[in-house]
Design a protein around this ligand. Structure first.
Ligand SMILES: [Fe+2]
Ligand SMILES: [Fe+2]
Length: 307
């Protein structure tokens, strides 16, 4: 099937049930989107597991382990669909170089406190929720649409877990500053997650083929439209506000900025940088990248050595 035939099928409001209804370009675009999704879900598991060590009590640790279990389930869904498209997912997951994983740079910056763990739920899972809700609403790939009903509901739980804890920490004078500190580096990190602004964005085929609906800038706005009022409601500062005239959210600090990944601090004093510089930082991957991928691949390596 060629691209025109796929576009015609989509114009008639019919979804794609499998590669037999698709063109090579469609399958390539779908696979690229599924790899980003699967890798993001998968890598959040070891990232959250390291952070769970800072849980203030056993019950909180158990909550995070429940979230990790959900994330592994979400990753499985994406990889399972990739396998159905003929991709060797064993090689993809266990043999790939850590630098070639496609999750956002944000997860390559280690989560090292309970504040950072719950802000990850409040911010990163919210980003997951926004992105997956868009795919759920707009995807032309029927198997993914069906699977996302369950995923979306679970991401909602993760996000509420984050909000509940952020509210608790914000109300505790002894822990408020630590929460603010986490928000200070994680807010822009999540804004960056949505990717290049629309005027620089490639991969237009994702929208033409109905693999996603909204643009990066629209999704960034949707994320801010709940994240910013939530932080304001608990008295936590974020560098963005809603413009009362346009209704749009405005970032009140240079964006994008360079990030000092050792100190986990934005170099605001250096001003706005180019997206090309951001892409360079992303391509180099962050400090936790190799460790997190190694945690995923370790079991397979040990199994092979034992055989
Ligand atoms: Fe997830
Ligand atoms: Fe999640």
């Amino acid at each position: 099937m060629d691209n025109d035939a796929v576009l015609e099928r989509l114009a008639e409001g019919r979804l794609v049930e499998g590669p037999e209804h698709a063109s090579d370009d469609y399958v390539k675009g779908l696979a690229r989107t599924l790899i980003v999704s699967g890798d993001t879900e998968l890598i959040s598991a070891p990232a959250y597991l390291n952070a769970a060590a800072h849980a203030p009590r056993l019950q909180s640790f158990v909550s995070v382990v429940g979230i990790i279990q959900d994330e592994l389930g979400h990753a499985h869904i994406a990889y399972r669909m990739l396998r159905d498209l003929g991709i060797d997912t064993d090689t993809l997951i266990y043999e790939r170089d850590p630098a070639d994983f496609r999750h956002p740079y944000a997860f390559d910056v280690p989560l090292e406190s309970w504040s950072e763990m719950v802000v990850a739920n409040g911010f990163y899972d919210r980003a997951g929720f926004v992105l997956l809700s868009d795919i759920f609403e707009h995807t032309s790939y029927a198997p993914w649409k069906r699977a996302l009903v369950k995923v979306d509901r679970e991401e909602g739980f993760h996000l509420r877990h984050g909000e509940q804890w952020m509210k608790t920490l914000a109300a505790d004078p002894a822990r408020r500053d630590d929460l603010q500190h986490a928000v200070d580096w994680m807010f822009l990190m999540t804004l960056e997650w949505f990717g290049l602004p629309d005027d620089l964005k490639r991969h237009r085929d994702q929208i033409d083929f109905g693999l996603k609906g909204r643009t990066n800038d629209e999704l960034r706005q949707i994320w801010m439209s709940t994240a910013v009022p939530f932080c304001e409601s608990i008295g936590i500062d974020v560098p963005a506000h809603r413009d009362t005239e346009t209704g749009a959210y405005v970032v009140d600090t240079p964006f994008p900025q360079q990030f000092d990944e050792r100190e986990k601090r934005w170099l605001t004093e250096e001003g706005t940088i180019s997206w090309e510089t951001v892409l360079e930082r992303w391509r180099a991957r962050g400090p936790a990248n190799a460790e997190l991928v190694e945690m995923i691949q370790r079991g397979r390596v040990e199994l092979r050595e034992a055989a």
